[in-house]
Ligand binder design. Structure first.
Ligand code: Q9C
Ligand code: ZN
Length: 371
């Protein structure tokens, strides 16, 4: 089942961003979502699409993001225009670099300085309706999460009664934009504003009626298969042991300063952050082999109750801003590896910018999961 809404394509449409110092089209475009939806609609035997969105309000978002950051996202554009900023949207002028800030007590005062405090790059343009769009993506993701939890309970029951084996776990997909995995608790960047996957994971952990017999919250394993490291999800959960965060990503690409295998979590979270940096020349066979090993060595031993996938297909060989050597034949295999975990799974859309092949690549991964 696919959860989406028209608002994902009508809101948050910046004209441009900056890549390698040059003004370029905004790659995180509404056309991406249209392309995926078109594919899913033509394969309606596999996919049921719903536009039902429940409103979970502010609280689940506040559990993950800081209030001053949320206030900033909500008001930045209006202030920006008042201060004479370009109508394309808010981008920072200076970013409080640690090499500078450790020498002073930088505190953002005007909008230009706030833009730097709350954003770490030039690929997260805040427009008039960006906060609404990000809010909408988070609410869609939460709607799917709540339904997955219901399906998960049914699945557990049928496992307990012996009615089925762990071979057909339920799976749901949140087809949303803007994406989320680069958004930290109080910094946007990399096309991401609110961290949809983190909000979903925290919501499951917070449900009082979802505590197991031992009184412990349900355990979540996040599997991030986007080409880029999910610095946001890593930061949000760095010092907790639930969720487990695992990521396979390019070793020497954006966001550049996170994603090393040495980043393993801290305190109670030590050992619950797993980064697998990969070479640019990673093929389908390489990718699936490494993913299977990640699942076997880290995800299975964790014994998660739920899996949440940060579903990026910018690993694709022809992606315009990223890409390994992964082909359209690779994605069903990746989906199949995830299915074999045998756990109720929520897929949440992250990156992927080769619009012509987004449908078959995303749809292929989901079909691989369905088996
Ligand atoms: N030379 C996501 O996939 N700029 N974000 C990349 C590469 C921003 C990617 C520059 C990429 C953000 C969700
Ligand atoms: Zn990405």
């Amino acid at each position: 089942k696919v959860y989406t809404s028209k608002l994902c394509t009508t809101m948050h449409t910046p004209e441009f961003e900056f890549l390698s110092g040059a003004e370029t089209q905004y790659y995180e475009s509404p056309q991406r979502l249209d392309a995926i939806l078109a594919y899913l609609e033509t394969h309606s035997d596999s996919f049921e699409i719903t536009e039902r969105v429940e409103d979970f309000g502010y609280e689940p978002i506040q559990r993950v993001h800081k209030q001053d950051f949320l206030d900033y996202l909500e008001t930045a554009y209006e202030e920006w225009i008042q201060e004479g900023g370009h109508p394309n949207g808010v981008l920072p002028a200076t970013i409080p670099h640690h090499k500078v800030t450790r020498l002073g007590k930088a505190k953002a005062s005007n909008l230009l300085s706030k833009a730097g405090e709350y954003c770490f790059d030039l690929s997260a343009v805040i427009t008039k309706d960006t906060f609404k769009a990000a809010w909408n993506a988070a609410q869609i993701t939460l709607t799917a999460t709540k339904d997955l939890v219901r399906l998960g309970a049914e699945y557990e029951q049928s496992l307990a009664s012996g009615a089925q084996s762990r071979e057909n776990p339920p799976g749901l997909y949140a087809l949303v934009r803007p994406p989320g995995h680069h958004a930290q608790s109080d910094i946007c960047g990399g096309y991401c504003f609110l961290n949809n996957v983190a909000i979903a994971a925290q919501w499951i952990i917070d449900q009082p009626e979802l505590k197991g017999r031992d009184g412990q919250p349900k355990k979540i394993a996040i599997v991030d298969v986007d080409f880029h490291h999910g610095n946001g999800t890593q930061e949000i959960f760095y010092s907790v042991s639930n969720p487990l965060y695992t990521s396979m990503h390019s070793a020497d690409d954006y966001p550049y300063f996170t994603g090393s295998a040495l980043e393993k979590g801290e305190g109670e979270g030590l050992g619950f952050n797993v980064n697998i940096p990969l070479h640019h020349a990673t093929t389908d066979d390489d990718y699936v082999e490494i993913l299977d090993k990640l699942i076997l060595d880290h995800v299975m031993p964790y014994q998660p109750d739920y899996v949440i996938v940060s579903l990026g297909v910018d690993t694709f060989k022809d992606d315009p801003i990223a890409g390994f050597l992964v082909t359209s034949e690779g994605y069903p295999r990746i989906g199949n590896s995830i299915r074999k975990i045998g756990v109720p799974t929520l897929f949440v859309q992250e990156g992927g910018y080769c619009v012509e092949k987004l449908g078959i690549n995303v749809g292929g991964m989901l079909q691989g999961f369905l088996g």
